[in-house]
Design a protein around this ligand. Structure first.
Ligand code: NAD
Ligand code: TYD
Length: 355
């Protein structure tokens, strides 16, 4: 099967490709990514030489590039990860989120519906629990919770979800959606809570906690998310949405304390030295209080269960960041950005690549 993955150089997409490209030589995986600041080709070194993997640099917000790609490759399955994904950046500059997440998704759907025999192909849309807004102290998001997004990021993802469902109803497309809770694990850009805190701990920098640090997220190890998507593609039903979550609610303070203790243990430092770096800063505007997922539909329909506990996943994640300094330096360094522009600058969707 020809599988077109968008956003495969980012955090979740690259972990997905590292997991499934080597296991499935019978499928061809075409990774389409514009290589934004959040992308890192070092995340793909293990798969880039495999014969069933190809990379094309393209911007999904560019209609012409998307049309060319779909005409050339005629994917049987699209798994759509690409997005601007960071809430704080969406507050500072929401336009990029509308372009990538709304216009980008729309362009993919438009090109998808024009493929020959479009109704036989499948479009899997990767989305977030943030579309549902905030919970109070009790309860869980289910697939029927009304949409109530708080940030420009979550509003753009909500809009993209609505376009996916509307195109399915209007044009008879086969679509499936997953709305997942917060992910963590290897290869996550260090602007999100967990990798930011790990790298600050290593460098003994302050750990900025928004507000009182009592906001709650339901954390899921990234490979468990990848397995959920794969399960929905194989065991799920067309037109359906599946919530994905780890049943692992933690306050931000609890997450940061755990990270302090795990980094201390892994690096032979006194925990109190690291706990002393915790530092409370101004709250995020529109900061959702609590996310919690009821994933029973997914578990019952597709037989999925998370493999990692929060403790085992955090331990693996801390070890990965400690062991992969070259990856960290690559996402941080201007030299790496320059290399990307030198190698990929000005190359459009039709460019065949071997990254
Ligand atoms: P990320 O920011 O790490 O990666 C996004 C990738 O998309 C990058 O490689 C980037 O270059 C690419 N991209 C962005 N705009 C593009 C464009 N216009 N054209 C082509 N490529 C583009 O994000 P992530 O954390 O890997 O998230 C992947 C998907 O999963 C997103 O749709 C996100 O909304 C969703 N999601 C993320 C989480 C999470 O906790 N990270 C949770 C639930 C759902
Ligand atoms: P984040 O990783 O940005 O994910 P999201 O906003 O999509 O949930 O943030 C997770 C939680 O951590 C969120 O409640 C905001 C909080 N946070 C901090 O307290 N400090 C930080 O520096 C960051 C990046 C996030």
């Amino acid at each position: 099967m020809k599988i077109l993955i968008t956003g495969g150089a980012g955090f979740i997409g690259s972990n997905f490709l590292n997991r499934f490209v080597p296991r499935h030589p019978e499928h061809v995986f075409l990774n389409v990514d514009c290589l934004s600041y959040a992308a890192n080709l070092k995340s793909l070194e293990a798969v880039s030489g495999l014969s069933n993997y190809r990379f094309v640099r393209a911007d999904i917000a560019d209609q012409g590039q998307v049309e060319t790609l779909f005409r050339e490759h005629e994917p049987e399955l699209v798994i759509h990860f690409a997005a601007e994904s960071h809430v704080d950046r969406s507050i500072a500059g929401p336009r990029a989120f509308v372009m990538a997440n709304v216009v980008g998704t729309f362009n993919l759907l438009e090109a998808f519906r024009q493929l020959p025999d479009a109704g036989a192909r499948l479009f899997h849309h990767v989305s977030t629990d943030e579309v549902y807004g905030s919970l109070g102290p009790e309860g869980f998001f289910t697939e029927t919770t009304p949409y109530d997004p708080s940030s420009p990021y979550s509003a753009s993802k909500a809009a993209s979800d609505h376009f996916v469902r509307a195109f399915a109803r209007t044009y008879g497309l086969r679509v499936r959606l997953t709305n997942c809770s917060n992910n963590y694990g290897p290869r996550q850009f260090p602007e999100k809570l967990i990798p930011l805190m790990i790298l600050n701990l290593v460098e003994r920098k302050p750990l900025p906690i928004y507000g009182q640090g009592l906001n709650v997220r339901d954390w899921l190890y990234v490979d468990d998310h990848s397995d959920a998507i794969w399960a929905v593609i194989h065991e799920g039903r067309d037109g359906e949405t599946y919530n994905v979550g780890g049943n692992t609610e933690r306050t931000n303070v609890a997450v940061v304390e755990t990270l302090c203790r795990v980094v201390a243990a892994e690096t032979g430092v006194e925990p109190d030295e690291l706990l002393g770096l915790m530092h409370y800063v101004k709250d995020r505007p529109g900061h959702d209080l609590r996310y919690a997922i009821d994933a029973s539909k997914l578990c019952d329909a597709c037989g999925w269960q998370p493999a990692e506990t929060f403790e085992s996943g955090i331990h693996k994640t801390v070890r990965w960041y400690l062991d992969n300094d070259a990856w960290v330096q690559a996402v941080r360094s201007g030299e790496y950005r320059g290399w990307i522009e030198h190698n990929y600058g000005g190359r459009g969707a039709a460019a065949k690549d071997d990254a």
